[in-house]
Design a protein around this ligand. Structure first.
Ligand code: HEC
Length: 163
């Protein structure tokens, strides 16, 4: 009987833990959402870089839209499973820190890098220059275009909220 109660308690603890984690995520999103509605300067902060190289690859143009929190949420999951082993936001890992990347590179350049890093590393002068600082190259992650777009939206959010 005692054992059973223990099991019940630990299950409850686990559920509580998950509930708390989810809650935290939701809070983040809604506080960002609220920031967007109330404050035009934070909308500006979420803007992409418009001038500069678009890189080499299939993305040649990009439609600038207001920040999309739902898309950014899809992007977080992809980022964690496909990018986080090589990229952080506060330090260099296998690849460079992506802090502020939205202000350094155009969205086209970033998406081309995500979709076909091999072509970028061979043909784009900026990617080539960057690769000199890293011993192993970025690999192709087999992302679909919509998935790369979602990750980009997360980078946009992340780059704004860390400032
Ligand atoms: C195997 C490790 C690895 C993975 C996985 C990886 N990258 Fe990279 N990334 C790199 C390296 C290394 C570079 C630097 C260029 C080079 O040498 O290839 C780089 C460069 C970049 C750059 C250019 C950064 C700058 O400062 O201009 C962006 C943007 C980027 N990666 C985004 C991503 C995203 C988004 C993902 C996930 C979809 C991802 N990377 C997955 C290793 C990786």
């Amino acid at each position: 009987m005692k054992k059973r109660i223990n099991v019940i308690f630990s299950c409850f603890g686990f559920i509580l833990m998950i509930a708390c984690t989810n809650n935290g995520d939701k809070k983040n999103v809604s506080s960002n959402g609220a920031k967007l509605e109330n404050n035009t300067s934070s909308t500006e902060m979420l803007n992409y870089k418009t001038e500069g190289s678009k890189g080499v690859g299939i993305i040649t143009s990009f439609e600038h839209k207001p920040f999309d929190a739902q898309l950014a949420n899809q992007g977080v999951e992809l980022f964690v499973s496909k990018c986080a082993m090589c990229h952080g936001f506060d330090r260099t890992l296998v690849g460079p820190s992506l802090d502020g990347v939205i202000t350094r590179r155009t969205p086209e350049w970033i998406m081309n890098m995500m979709l076909d890093p091999a072509v970028m590393l061979e043909k784009d002068p900026e990617a080539k220059a960057l690769s000199k600082e890293f011993s192993s190259p970025m690999i192709s992650l087999g992302l679909k275009q919509e998935e790369a777009r979602a990750v980009l939206e997360y980078l946009r959010e992340r780059n704004s909220s860390t400032k």
